[in-house]
Design a protein around this ligand. Structure first.
Ligand SMILES: CCCCCCCCCCC/C=C/C(=O)SCCNC(=O)CCNC(=O)[C@H](O)C(C)(C)COP(=O)(O)OP(=O)(O)OC[C@H]1O[C@@H](n2cnc3c(N)ncnc32)[C@H](O)[C@@H]1OP(=O)(O)O
Length: 398
């Protein structure tokens, strides 16, 4: 019985296809393309029934995917949406109708193929997520100063120089930019930046000042200002929710860029310190704009000009930190929270972030360029050179 029905369907679909050949030819569809779509349709037809039974064995893929499956199934079996739109308060049926209606006049065969492809993608990801993979397998290759992992729709970028308090070398600036660019395109819903060890980050690695090229310090300052501007631009432009998980003390640029994150969770052990004047330098990371906006000009000046160090509780009271968690339960509480957030509809989160950020993007970029220019000059000053030398020769610590 089943076989009979199946072969009739195949037959019908080929009949339709043969009829469409002259039409397509007259529209000058290349022969190869026509041949490929014939093959794809045959495969789709063959696999559709098995995808239908496979889908019942999948673990719950979430409402968004279920809606996609529903819509493709209806389109594949009934064609374009042909029922009246449910009332505005009939939320579930309206969502289903919207999903089906959105497929417009997608041909039945294409819908079948898309259904099969979607189920096959879900099966392979649910097979792989049901295995407990060792940490090393989830780690993305290609980074030396970071550990980048993706799990539960969260991409985690962890600075990984714990012995140096996660001080940011030139290589680390470049790797963070690469990781952010990759995360902006991957299928994660949210992205996290955090640190390994007892520090979140001690900011710019001061030994970045020692590697002076033969062209001289001016060239180094110039290329460093470009690097800094590009680095901060990556945070300004990052399209998805970006969360800082501040596991310990944070210094310098690791603090200033927090104003560009969407959410900042801090351990009760974290501190926030921007000792720019002590280092003969000036603020970066758009903090000259974001900090006064977040905490008011007076509190911002105390941090950015006088280098006042804030505790986590103070930073939270000033609005720089979203929430502080006790250090003993920090990781558990934060990751439970983030896993719940990562299940929210990713497109809605991305659009919300963009609506918030787009209004300010041009301004932030201009401020970033201006701060980078000011620093380019500062790095050539005696004040800066002496402060860096004092640290490197162990005469001074912050
Ligand atoms: C021509 C210009 C080129 C510049 C290129 C710049 C590119 C963009 C720059 C953007 C602007 C950014 C500005 C900032 O971030 S300003 C903030 C800079 N950070 C600091 O000044 C912190 C310096 N570190 C300290 O004061 C202390 O280390 C700290 C208080 C953080 C911790 O003290 P603690 O006693 O607990 O630990 P240690 O000092 O023993 O640290 C352990 C080892 O780690 C090394 N370390 C730590 N932080 C840094 C750092 N920022 N730079 C270099 N090295 C760091 C420390 O030396 C120890 O190393 P050893 O074990 O080898 O001694």
């Amino acid at each position: 019985m089943f076989k009979e029905k199946y072969s009739i369907l195949v037959c019908n679909s080929w009949e339709q296809l043969e009829i469409s050949v002259p039409v397509c030819s007259s529209l000058q569809v290349p022969a190869l393309q026509l041949h490929m779509s014939k093959t794809a349709m045959r495969a789709s037809q063959k696999d559709f029934e098995s995808a239908l039974s496979q889908v019942k064995r999948l673990k719950d893929p979430g409402n968004e995917v279920k809606l996609k499956l529903y819509a493709l199934y209806k389109q594949a079996t009934e064609g374009p949406c042909n029922t009246p739109k449910p009332g505005v308060f009939d939320l579930i049926n309206k969502a289903k109708w919207d999903a089906w209606n959105a497929l417009g006049s997608l041909p039945k065969e294409t819908a079948r193929q898309n259904y099969v492809d979607l189920v096959s993608g879900l099966s392979s990801s649910s097979d792989s997520s049901s295995q407990v993979k060792p940490e090393a397998d989830r780690k993305q290759p290609g980074y030396e100063t970071l550990v980048v992992t993706s799990e539960d729709s969260i991409t985690k970028i962890m600075m990984n120089r714990p012995a140096k308090k996660n001080a940011i070398t030139i290589q680390m600036y470049n790797e963070i930019m690469l990781a952010l660019k990759a995360a902006s395109k991957d299928d994660s819903a949210i992205t996290v930046l955090t640190g390994n060890g007892d520090y979140y980050s001690s900011g710019n690695d001061l030994s970045n000042f020692t590697d002076i090229p033969p062209e001289g310090i001016e060239e180094k300052a110039k290329s460093s200002a470009i690097l800094l501007r590009d680095f901060v631009d990556c945070f300004i432009d990052f399209p998805k929710p970006l969360i800082a998980v501040v596991n310990g003390p944070a210094v310098g640029i690791s603090v200033t860029i927090l104003g560009l994150f969407d959410t900042v969770y801090a351990s009760s052990r974290a501190t926030f310190h921007t000792p720019f004047s002590h280092l003969g330098q000036s603020p970066e990371g758009c903090s000259s704009y974001t900090f006064p906006k977040i905490m008011g000009p007076a509190k911002a000046a105390e941090m950015l000009i006088f280098g006042k160090k804030l505790t986590a509780a103070e930073a939270c009271a000033q609005g720089l930190v979203t929430e502080v968690f006790p250090d003993s339960t920090f990781q558990k509480e934060v990751w439970t929270r983030l896993k719940a957030y990562s299940k929210l509809p990713p497109n809605a989160m991305r659009i919300s972030k963009q609506v918030i950020r787009n209004r300010e993007k041009e301004k932030l970029r201009a401020i970033n360029a201006e701060e980078s220019r000011a620093l380019q000059e500062r790095w050539l000053s005696d004040e800066c050179t002496n402060a860096v030398m004092n640290f490197l020769t162990r005469k001074a610590k912050l």
